[in-house]
Ligand binder design. Sequence first.
Ligand SMILES: [Zn+2]
Length: 157
Amino acid sequence: MLALISTNKISGKVTEGGDRLDKFRQILSRLTNDQLSLHEAIREVEHQLSRHLSIHAGSNQVFASNWAERLVRTQFSRFYNQAVLESEIAKGKNECYVPPSSQEQATSQCSQTLAGRSHDVSHLLKLLVTSYEDGKWDKSPKIPDHPHCTHVVKPIS
Ligand SMILES: [Zn+2]
């Protein structure tokens, strides 16, 4: 997961310009290492990647309310699940399981179409990379499916 955080592309305008992307990678790495709590990581992003220093400072769309929390939650989940999916592919596995999440509304797209079922590992990885790495949003149900998605992929033994 740390290797992915340090090298793989992170799409999104919040991290564009200057050393914003490097700063964000460092914050995500510290969160992954338990050196920061989720709450502390969000505070660090608000501070180190503050809106007024961004080339997109004038955009309320880029800096919608709770932008820092959405960014941290989304990319932390993306990197965790990407690491699991890539590890499964390296082991030659084709299928993974997405357990139901009690912390998520039963009406969400991912609760209804992904949770409680097995899925093709390569398909989920492709959707994740296209949306969160390449920045070409794919509406198909995926993990994570939205900034507060609590669904994760689990290996099938
Ligand atoms: Zn979800």
